[in-house]
Write a protein that binds this ligand. Structure first.
Ligand code: CAA
Length: 316
């Protein structure tokens, strides 16, 4: 591989660091917990370890579907509109890291059971926190680890995506919405502000005026149609929740059929634009683009085009 960009995915840039990385050592029931240091790049928050994604959980369900090519994570606290508790946060992060480490999985879908995606961080837990807690033990920081997952994340949002729920959806790479999707940042109404990246991401998604309106009034929620018009979401899927999730899974399966390293580079390059200035982003894109010319999959993809056949990607 000729060019290695800043922030280049570790396993692409340095395959030797993944010695011992094999499907067997992850999916084996005898090895439930995976040492996170092997898979996770540096993080500010103390790291939550990757977990066998199909282990049993208290607040989510997680499974690999579509011949193991797609990770499907469902928030599962419908009685409290999937409010994001600390246990839920640990389980979501651990399961996502588990999916990220599974070689067969090419993309991940996140959705919610019941009538909400998630109505925010669990206010029952938040209400007793002090300012000191938020400095000494900044628990919400752990959610940042979602944005460090290297494989594409697709949020399938129906019903409420409020507060931390809206912020979790915005940490994903693609948002598909059902007709009843509602986005909002109502934290100001309970005397606080968004704490999982909402003030930073919403302005990039919907512009300053609309972001300010949502964040400062805590009302003026955004429906599915407006979310698509403004570019917060990609498209509305009509029908039931199950149909929405099925569409997201189909999209994830499609992405999973592409060259895995090319997908990871494309995601990192787009995020460079999202997270940095244009000049820096374009430089990173060029470095990633150059790096794809070290891939066997790039040769195969171009050869297949001229031979009028489907490419046979080997993820190399
Ligand atoms: N935390 C804990 N419990 C919640 C919750 C939350 N964020 N949102 C809803 N629930 C619970 C309710 O307390 C209720 O429980 P009970 O049945 O035991 O009373 C249950 O879920 C159903 O909720 P409602 O009866 O309120 O349902 P509704 O349809 O009448 O209203 C709603 C729906 C407008 C979403 C309303 O529940 C609501 O306003 N929820 C809170 C939204 C919010 O403020 N989110 C931001 C949280 S703070 C945050 O997220 C911080 C951050 O940015 C990091």
């Amino acid at each position: 591989m000729g060019v290695v960009a800043p922030g280049f995915p570790e396993f692409v840039a340095n395959p030797r660091r993944n010695a011992g990385f094999s499907p067997g050592n992850i999916s084996s029931r005898s090895c439930r917990w995976i040492h996170s240091t092997r898979f996770v790049r540096s993080s500010v928050a103390p790291s939550i370890g990757a977990r066998d994604p199909e282990a049993s959980y208290e607040t989510i369900t997680a499974e690999v579907v579509e011949s193991k090519s797609v990770g499907l994570l469902m928030l599962n606290r419908p009685q409290v509109l999937n409010a994001l508790s600390e246990v839920c946060m640990r389980e979501v992060v651990a399961a996502l890291k588990g999916f990220d480490a599974l070689p067969e999985v090419g993309a991940i879908v996140i959705s919610g059971k019941g009538k909400a995606f998630a109505a925010g961080v669990d206010i029952k837990e938040l209400k007793n926190k002090t300012m000191v807690d938020s400095f000494v033990n900044p628990v919400l920081d752990q959610w940042n680890q979602v944005s460090r997952i290297r494989k594409p994340l697709i949020a399938a949002v129906n019903g409420y995506a409020l507060g931390g729920g809206c912020e979790l959806a915005m940490m994903c790479d693609i948002i598909l919405v059902g007709e009843k999707a509602v986005f909002g940042q109502p934290e100001i109404k309970i005397g606080t502000i968004p704490g999982m990246g909402g003030t930073q991401r919403l302005i990039r998604e919907v512009g300053k005026s609309r972001a300010m309106e949502m964040i400062l009034t805590g009302e003026r929620f955004m429906d599915a149609k407006e979310a698509c018009q403004r570019g917060l979401a990609s498209r509305v899927i009509e029908g039931t929740n199950e149909e929405l999730v099925a569409e997201a899974v189909a999209m994830a399966k499609n992405i999973s059929g592409m060259s895995r390293p090319a997908v990871i580079m494309a995601k990192a390059a787009v995020n460079a634009a999202y997270e940095s200035h244009l000049e820096e982003g374009v430089k990173r894109e060029q470095a990633f683009f150059g790096a794809t010319f070290g891939l066997e999959d790039r040769s195969e993809g171009m050869a297949a085009f001229f031979e009028k056949r489907k490419p046979n990607f080997q993820n190399k």
